[in-house]
Design a protein. Sequence first.
Length: 116
Amino acid sequence: QVQVEETGGGWVQLGGSLRLSCVASGSRFSTNILDWYRQAPGTQRELVASIAADEYTFYADSVKGRFTISRDNFKNTVYLQMNNLKVEDTAVYYCKPRDVAFRDYWGQGTQVTVSS
């Protein structure tokens, strides 16, 4: 059974920081590419950051230099450290292992609200 649980969201002031966590089960976690997405109201879900099994990382231009993705394979957990948050970072954040088992699955996500 596949499952992800995203936590760590909340309300933060402009320029603040949050650290998101995501525990995944039912995937070949240590070999998967792991993705963080976000979706703001009225917009399409967008890829924010990715980390490969060899720790190679990708970041969307909008978060480069502010967000850091990392993983702990022993804990089946992927993290997203978000610094210098902007109002436009307000969204629901989702994690997703890049595994066929998760193709049609999305977790509940965690809400991030940045206030000016």
